[in-house]
Design a protein around this ligand. Structure first.
Ligand code: ADP
Ligand code: MG
Length: 367
């Protein structure tokens, strides 16, 4: 008999869920989905597109990842959520809305257990490497040609986000006059970063708190601006360079932002993407011995080219208003604070990246 079955979901004493996926289970689930079989309750499936024929064989993806992705038959990727969370998840709606966006891994299906999303099934992109590899290569080599390409890619994503679909018939809103929650959210991120960062880095931050706060000030008098569904965790690690170009993946939100309102200015994604290029530069300095000053200059050039190409693509499509450029710098600063918070709480060895970026920004502009 073929290995078969569905994963095992257990309720833990604290009420959260745990998912176990045995050997062979992923390919068995994919086979069942491809055959249109009804899943055993309480599993359910939201189909987004018909699955292709999938040969046998499965292997795990082994790069650093938050979840657990398994490739089946070199055709399909199943991303399992080992700690499924009950309640609404942005990914199914976003993936349904993005049906017309070719530059992602084609989404096939979402799998639920009761009301918890347990898996996303998408197309496998051959020869894919994420930006923590390819963008670090670019940093090391000092090449910026990629920046305009990913700038246009981000613009295409946002233009699709802003186009009505059956899933989101009204995809664009206008922010209310007055600043709403953004200044308080940014200020809180700055305070948390200051509190959680100790040692020499903490002292440097404290000495620059006024500079950082000044950069957040434009949020307080932001004019009404269009809001769309954004990617929400758009960094170079979510941009795959594969056999046929670049693709954006991983639409299941940012686990470190809990107060994230679904509708946001596009500038939030663009700010995060730009800072992640800087982080790739810091990785090149730390791990590959790239020159710090040359790398900071490379990152600044790349960020400029990325933003210019992004805006040019919005303008060509007749929607330059989707980018409120006054929000970019404050969101970049907030993002770096979030990186510091993430490092303090989850990944101490990451602190060098946001610290390196902040030092490079402030030593260029204020000394
Ligand atoms: P996580 O939420 O765990 O970060 P991602 O969706 O970002 O999951 O995927 C993790 C990694 O798996 C990516 O960085 C990439 O290397 C690889 N990957 C993801 N989707 C695909 C795909 N469709 N084809 C090939 N590789 C992929
Ligand atoms: Mg990811």
């Amino acid at each position: 008999m073929e290995a078969s079955g569905w994963p095992h979901v257990t309720r833990r004493p604290d009420g959260t869920l745990a998912l176990e996926v045995g050997e062979g289970v992923t390919s068995s689930v994919v086979r069942a989905l491809a055959a249109g079989e009804a899943p055993p309750p309480p599993f359910s499936v939201r189909a987004l597109a018909p699955l292709p024929a999938v040969p046998g064989g499965e292997r795990p993806i082994t790069v650093d990842q938050t979840h657990r992705s398994v490739i089946v038959g070199e055709t399909v990727v199943v991303k399992w959520f080992p700690r499924p969370v009950r309640g609404p998840n942005p990914a199914p709606g976003l993936l349904a809305h993005l049906a017309g966006f070719a530059r992602t891994a084609t989404p096939y299906a979402c799998v639920f257990w009761e009301d918890a999303l347990v898996a996303l099934v998408t197309a496998y992109l051959p020869d894919a490497r994420d930006g923590w590899e390819w963008c670090v290569d670019e940093a090391e080599a000092g090449r910026t040609g990629f920046a305009a390409e990913i700038g246009r890619l981000a613009a295409e994503l946002h233009l699709t986000m802003a186009t009505p679909s059956d899933t989101f018939p009204h995809p664009v809103r206008l922010s209310p006059p007055g600043a709403g929650a953004w200044p308080a959210r940014a200020e809180q991120a700055l305070r948390d970063a200051l509190t959680l960062t100790d040692g020499e880095d903490g002292a440097w931050l404290a000495a620059h708190a006024a500079d950082l706060r000044r950069e957040l000030a434009p949020l307080t008098h932001a004019a009404p601006t269009p809001l769309i569904r954004i990617h929400g965790d758009l960094h170079v690690g979510q941009i795959l360079r594969w056999r046929h170009g670049y693709a954006i993946v991983d639409f299941d939100g940012n686990p470190t932002v809990t107060d994230g309102e679904a509708f946001q200015p596009a500038a939030r994604d663009l700010a995060q993407l730009g800072t992640s290029v800087d982080h790739a530069g810091q990785v090149a300095v730390r791990r590959r011995g790239a020159d710090p000053a040359a790398t900071a200059a490379w990152a600044a050039r790349s960020r400029d080219e990325l933003r210019d190409a992004y805006l040019a693509a919005l303008t060509e499509a007749g929607h330059p208003e989707l980018l409120d450029a006054t929000l970019l710098r404050p969101f970049e600063i907030e993002q770096e604070c979030r990186e510091l918070i993430y490092a303090a709480r989850h990944l101490p060895r990451w602190r060098y990246a946001p610290m390196g970026v902040l030092r490079s920004w402030f030593s260029r502009s204020s000394f």
